[in-house]
Design a binder for this molecule. Structure first.
Ligand SMILES: [Zn+2]
Length: 364
């Protein structure tokens, strides 16, 4: 009753035109939510080793920031999001996505990559607020307990999965390709199906962690899930060598233009400078030197891939393509058509100089 009378008395008052009869009404600021992130900061691990264990029991120090984070190019990030990865993980991810286009026709994108301790605190808190603590614990990590703080972990998505991160994506063959080929690029699936009791997390077919090509090969041979393999490495299990990563190598100044090959002669129709690049590729791909470097990565030109566009045309694109970053086009004088690969059975999209039929590079 007292409050009602007070309200009635104030009705004739305005804050803009002060009236001595009217009491000053203090402006009330909305409460600012303060996240108490420090209470999670009880970890001691630092993550510079690619094989460091990070799970619900073993946490990273809150202050740990990876030493060599670089931005993921916009064309490899969903919605052009600002994603960061450590340099070797990024190089490997770029090669992974390029292979995705060439071999599986899927345009893989990073949806989420590096998250700082504080970012993770915000993410975790938002999940708790939206879905409750139990759900947040299954699908998200407490600050310090996330592999995303390592800067080597990518949540991978694509249009074919409606840009979502859902367990259902696992039934698609694109997801099967992702899983089968990840090791080639040094990535491993962190949270496989049916292992929640060990990993603490539900199945996440999108969450891949870079551990280096050699370690990924040993992990694959081990038959263990990644969590168990990393724990074995941390415990110096004599069964494993747990190789520290050597930098992921990509060819410098050579761009894939498609067409499997065995020797340079298989690529002769692409021009005198074309070579057959076998390293890292079981079949070998014809490549040509890029005539223009990409200014966003001096000395390390981006891989070119063959891409079908919505208008029905298909062109060789580089990741710093003219349409993506104006003025930095690379090998736009190549067109892309469906043709038979020189050595592999079946057909594939191949890039050929404009005006030339793909038959020109078709062999036996
Ligand atoms: Zn993730």
């Amino acid at each position: 009753m007292k409050r009602l009378l007070l309200l009635a008395g104030l009705l004739g008052c305005s804050q803009d035109l002060p009236d001595p009869q009217c009491p000053a009404v203090p402006r009330v600021k909305p409460p600012v939510k303060v996240l108490d992130c420090a209470r999670y900061d009880d970890g001691h691990q630092v993550g510079s080793s690619l094989l460091v264990v990070v799970n619900k029991q073993v946490a990273l120090a809150g202050h740990y920031t990876p030493p060599d984070l670089l931005p993921v190019p916009a064309v490899q990030s969903m919605d052009g999001r600002k994603n960061l990865l450590r340099i070797d993980a990024l190089t490997a991810f770029e090669a992974f996505t390029t292979a995705g286009l060439l071999e599986a026709g899927v345009d893989l994108r990073a949806r989420s990559t590096y998250r700082s301790f504080h970012d993770q605190c915000v993410t975790f808190d938002a999940k708790v607020q939206a879905h409750g603590l139990e759900h947040a614990e299954r699908y998200s990590a407490r600050p310090g307990r996330s592999q995303h703080q390592l800067g080597t972990t990518v949540d991978i998505t694509a249009e074919v999965w409606d840009w979502a991160l859902e367990p259902e994506m696992a039934v698609t063959w694109e997801s099967a390709w992702l899983f089968a080929q990840a090791g080639r690029f040094g990535f491993a699936l962190s949270y496989p199906a049916g292992e929640e009791a060990v990993t603490g997390y539900a199945f996440e077919p999108w969450h891949y962690r870079y551990i280096g090509v050699e370690a990924a090969a040993e992990y694959a041979r081990s038959g263990l899930i990644l969590e168990r393999y990393l724990q074995a490495c941390a415990a110096a299990d004599p069964r494993f060598t747990c190789p520290e990563a050597v930098p992921f190598e990509v060819p410098i100044n050579h761009h894939f233009v498609g067409g499997a090959c065995a020797t340079d002669a298989d690529c002769a129709d692409l021009g005198a400078a074309a070579v057959c690049l076998v390293e890292g590729h079981p079949e070998g791909y014809c490549t040509v030197p890029c005539t223009r470097g990409c200014p966003d990565r001096p000395g390390n030109n981006q891989l070119t891939f063959c891409r079908a566009e919505a208008d029905g045309n298909a062109w060789c694109r580089s990741q710093c393509d003219a349409e993506r970053l104006p003025g930095t086009g690379c090998r736009n004088d190549y067109a892309c058509e469906v043709g038979r690969r020189p050595k592999a059975a079946g057909s594939a999209r191949v890039c050929v100089p404009q005006g030339r039929r793909p038959d020109a590079i078709t062999r036996g």
